[in-house]
Design a protein around this ligand. Sequence first.
Ligand code: NDP
Ligand code: AKG
Ligand code: MG
Length: 416
Amino acid sequence: MTSHITIPSTGDKIAYIDGKLSVPNNPIVPFIEGDGIGVDVTPPMIKVVDAAVKKAYRGDRKIAWMEVYAGEKATQIYDSETWLPDETLEAFKEYKVGIKGPLTTPVGGGMRSLNVALRQVLDLYVCQRPVQWFTGVPSPVKKPCEVDMVIFRENTEDIYAGIEYKAGTEDAQKMITFLKEEMGATQIRFAEDCGIGVKPVSKEGTQRLVRQAIQYAIDNNRDSVTLVHKGNIMKFTEGAFKDWGYELAKEEFGATTVNGGPWCSIINPNTGKEIIIKDVIADAMLQQILLRPAEYSVIATLNLNGDYLSDALAAQVGGIGIAPGANLSDEVAIFEATHGTAPKYAGKNKVNPGSVILSAEMMLRHMGWVEAADLLLKGMSGAIGAKTVTYDFERLMDNATLVTCSQFGDCIIEHM
Ligand SMILES: NC(=O)C1=CN([C@@H]2O[C@H](COP(=O)(O)OP(=O)(O)OC[C@H]3O[C@@H](n4cnc5c(N)ncnc54)[C@H](OP(=O)(O)O)[C@@H]3O)[C@@H](O)[C@H]2O)C=CC1
Ligand SMILES: O=C(O)CCC(=O)C(=O)O
Ligand SMILES: [Mg+2]
């Protein structure tokens, strides 16, 4: 296949050396613009990041952006069947750090998610989504300042594996016959017209995720890690997630049980403070985050719970227009907004670019460019503080000035 990626002539590769990220002064960073509102939010993200880096390092550092393709744009540039070109996957593998806009997934039929495919193929097993309130952001809760959580969502397993069989097909019937006749399942109602989905959850997949969550709590002086699961109902998948999580805390971090368990605690080797490892059943957790958010800090959970929790928590601090995220493997990192392609707003220069801009802030921090990351946060706080905001905030704020998506990016730059 012909290459459609133009490698910047002036940049260098980010590398992993002795388990550490080595970032040159002009790193090549691949990006996917994204479908729908990707065309709106990605250009201001690049403009804001470039401005923060320029201001922080006075020209000594600069990102060499390299566009790579996925989704609708890939079908236009390659051919109508190519949604996720191999060279896009190779670019993320080779350049180690990248960022992406949202990609559309049809509901019901049609192709499976490209976002999920990227996570699975590149084994980006942690979806890390911090949820924090910026002063002045409108919120439906009384004390949004009490929300300060970091979600660690398992990103490669669970029902997102895509092992599903459509009702009425030969494959679904084969599965149903197998379950009934060979596994003795008697609980399948309406077997004639029943879709079947499979939910794989492994010990290795669980423990590598929980390991990252606990390590994050240690490195960032957090006081608890909560395992969120629906283990009362799905005993051998979600229940096992809980058990394997506690097991890892004890075996690898020396956790000891609290009040007879199952809660346990570890002593942070850096601070000497206690970190509680606890668990909450997923439906109760959706109540807890609204009523007692201050009691939760780091959350480790399965793929679907994490997807639900991240949008629900985002709503408490201003909505998915401002909710950032990262998909992480042990080497490769792809940063992305929590929101999707919001098709009704596509190309209207209207939506909040805050989510992908804050994802870029996480990217800068991951690269060790903390001064630029801090400036970006300062600019974001300043723009919100001045009440120059996009429609999603303006409709909920008194005396705010409505700005477009690109203008909001410019406001961030003005406040750096
Ligand atoms: N990682 C990814 O690439 C993701 C992709 N998707 C995909 O996106 C498509 C659309 O999904 P959908 O369920 O509509 O979810 P979306 O996140 O795209 O949009 C839902 C609503 O959230 C609000 N919203 C989203 N983004 C912004 C923003 N930047 N600024 C302000 N408000 C925003 C809007 O609310 P309002 O109407 O109130 O203004 C919007 O109507 C689907 O194909 C889905 O699969 C979904 C999630 C993640
Ligand atoms: O892949 C998709 O289309 C949706 C994914 C999603 O909602 C998420 O990762 O938060
Ligand atoms: Mg989601």
